[in-house]
Design a protein around this ligand. Structure first.
Ligand code: ADP
Length: 575
């Protein structure tokens, strides 16, 4: 832009935002255009950024969050003010809870009017609302501060424990004009945004001493370990120590699930039996029964099982959050695992054979039992027979991404479908939230270029289902498999009041979900048998075409709340 009077070259807020993002290696914006950011999305495309435009901000936000997990760079989501911002906020809060780096950028209305509550178009004090729900929140009022604002947002998102950051950009900022040269100089290319954090030598020694004395050691890998991209170091540690390991759901594949040391099939045996547990990027939250109770061999649900814990985590405040951590190892996973390896020297004793044999015995028994179940091919299909097909497809295509949400659809997929490579399984995460499906699927395809298989419960799919249009619009190689049992948990519930309405958990029977995909030019498949499901999935992967497979399973298959029945208050009443 040129100012003729002085022939001075000018820039504006729009371009400074885009230039700052580009300068920091951001290549894709996930979002939904509208006032006041419509032009920003157009200009972003013009400036060579990829803009993936969604049908609902929550899905765009989920896409940005998982892009952050996959790439280690903040995923960027762009929304309009008030309602659009609020829709995106669900994803921002979820990203923060899951430690995914993400920046939600929302346009907002003018401060002067918002602060006096004079009733502007989509008026809302967005910064104040976002603050408690994310790691950091910033607002930029002047064009010359855009560089600092974006730099601070990037650092806050990816340094230390990653998380969600909110960046508030009032509409007037975009049209502010400044000298182009001065504008360029005001931008910051962030140096070393997620610096390594090296653990203290005495903390490493403490951890090694504890591990050395263990009779029944266990390693637990969490999604922090997957995020850290320290795959080689982790594999070396596991194999050098010979310790059995358990992957949390999104850590599956850091080592292949078929690895001899995987204790997944003996989970309920190793947790209460282990004497020393090494946690790598995994929190002792509800997903691990808070490190105590019967799962861990305690007598009642609050009892300590007697295990000693070594915990590797980048957040020092995570230590002792649920039970005592005997050897905290604060630092990034790569540095901590390398330090442990260095401290072990060339000789490190393997765990006692008695422990390894006991784990192997339990594991082999359970694997054989599962193989028997998977070999059955009932009509109609059930979760096991349908997921046996997905299991084969992933085995044949280990680079494919797997997105997974639902209740039973989640639990069964996690235990049946083996993963072979790191960061391939993306799921409901720490909150067990529904609605991540299509947002994650879109970003998984965009970020990796690999085929994506999204295994969805029929209820879970409904939260983001409209994004099949987005999948078709960008012609993404996404194959959605809906495990359709006509309802939430299952389709057989009855109206307890005896009225004409169906039960709250029941959907329209025999819904033809595949026609949704056909409506936008994708491939729809109705699969009543495992052969039809297999053929549909194989074609989807081969042709890389947007596909939705309506996999019809027994409507009585599935349990209430899946495997977390104990968290359902009704279960407590029944006791
Ligand atoms: P899971 O649900 O798989 O058990 P969590 O989300 O509970 O995993 O835990 C992930 C943990 O990893 C968090 O406590 C987070 O602070 C930690 N973390 C994330 N990135 C890193 C990293 N690069 N180095 C060390 N710890 C990390």
């Amino acid at each position: 832009m040129t100012n003729n009077a002085e022939s001075q070259v000018l820039t504006d807020g729009f371009h400074l935002v885009l230039d700052a993002l580009k300068l920091n290696g951001i290549k894709t914006i996930y979002g939904l255009p509208g006032i006041p950011i419509t032009d920003l999305t157009r200009m972003a495309q013009a400036e060579g950024l990829r803009v993936i435009s969604f049908r609902h901000e929550q899905n765009a936000g989920n896409a940005a969050a998982i892009a952050g997990f996959l790439s280690g760079k903040p995923g960027v989501c762009l929304t309009v003010s008030a309602p659009g911002f609020l829709n995106g906020l669900v994803a921002l809060a979820n990203a923060t809870t899951n430690c995914f780096p993400m920046i939600l950028i929302s346009g907002s209305s003018e401060r002067e009017i918002v602060d006096l509550q004079q009733g502007d178009y989509e008026e809302m004090d967005q910064l104040a609302i976002a603050k408690p729900l994310c790691k950091a929140a910033f607002r930029v009022l002047n064009a010359e501060d855009i560089g600092v604002g974006i730099a601070r947002a990037i650092r806050a998102a990816v340094s230390g424990r990653p998380g969600g950051v909110y960046l508030d950009l009032p509409a007037k900022l975009f049209s502010q004009i400044m000298d182009a040269e001065a504008g360029k100089k005001s931008l910051i290319q962030v140096v070393d945004p997620s610096p390594r954090q090296i653990p203290a030598p005495e903390a490493v020694q403490r951890a090694l001493d504890l591990l050395k004395g263990a009779r029944k050691p266990l390693i637990l890998l969490g999604k922090g370990a997957a995020y850290a991209q320290a795959d080689e170091e982790i594999r070396t540690l596991v194999e050098k120590t010979g310790i059995p390991y358990l992957p949390m759901s999104m850590a599956k594949g850091i080592l292949p699930d078929t690895h001899a040391q995987s204790a997944s099939a003996a989970r309920s045996f190793v947790l209460p039996e282990a004497d020393v547990v090494l946690l790598i990027g995994a929190r002792l939250n509800w997903l691990l029964s808070h490190g105590k109770g019967k799962t861990w061999g305690g007598k009642s649900h609050k009892d300590w099982g007697g295990q000693k814990f070594i915990q590797i985590d980048i957040a020092a405040t995570e230590m002792d959050s649920n039970v005592r951590i005997d050897a905290p190892l604060v630092g990034d996973v790569g540095s901590c695992v390398s330090a442990l390896l260095a401290g072990m020297g060339s000789q490190w004793a393997q765990p006692p054979a008695e422990w390894l044999n006991a784990v192997a015995e339990r594991k082999n028994k359970n694997v054989a039992k599962m193989a028997e179940t998977l070999a059955k091919d009932p009509s109609p299909m059930n979760f096991h027979s349908a997921l046996n097909v997905v299991r084969d497809i992933i085995k044949a295509n280990p680079d494919a991404m797997l997105v997974n949400e639902g209740a039973n659809a989640l639990d069964f997929t996690r235990s049946i479908v083996d993963m072979y490579k790191p960061r391939k399984r993306l799921d409901v995460g720490t909150w067990g939230v529904m609605g991540i499906g299509m947002g994650f699927a879109v970003a998984a395809a965009v970020e990796t270029g690999q085929p994506v298989i999204a295994v969805e419960g029929d209820s879970a799919f409904g939260f983001s289902g409209m994004e099949v249009e987005t999948i078709c619009r960008y012609n993404l190689p996404v194959c959605v498999v809906i495990l359709n049992n006509n309802g939430v948990y299952r389709g057989t519930d009855k109206n307890l009041g005896g009225g004409a309405d169906v039960a709250p958990t029941v959907f329209v029977k025999d819904s033809r979900y595949e026609k949704l995909m056909e409506a936008f030019g994708g491939v729809g498949v109705y699969a009543a048998t495992t052969a039809e499901l297999r053929k549909g999935m194989e074609e989807a992967i081969r042709l890389r075409r947007p596909t939705l497979i309506n996999a019809v399973i027994d409507e009585s298959a599935g349990t209430e709340s899946g495997r977390i029945t104990s968290l359902n208050p009704a279960a407590a009443l029944k006791k």
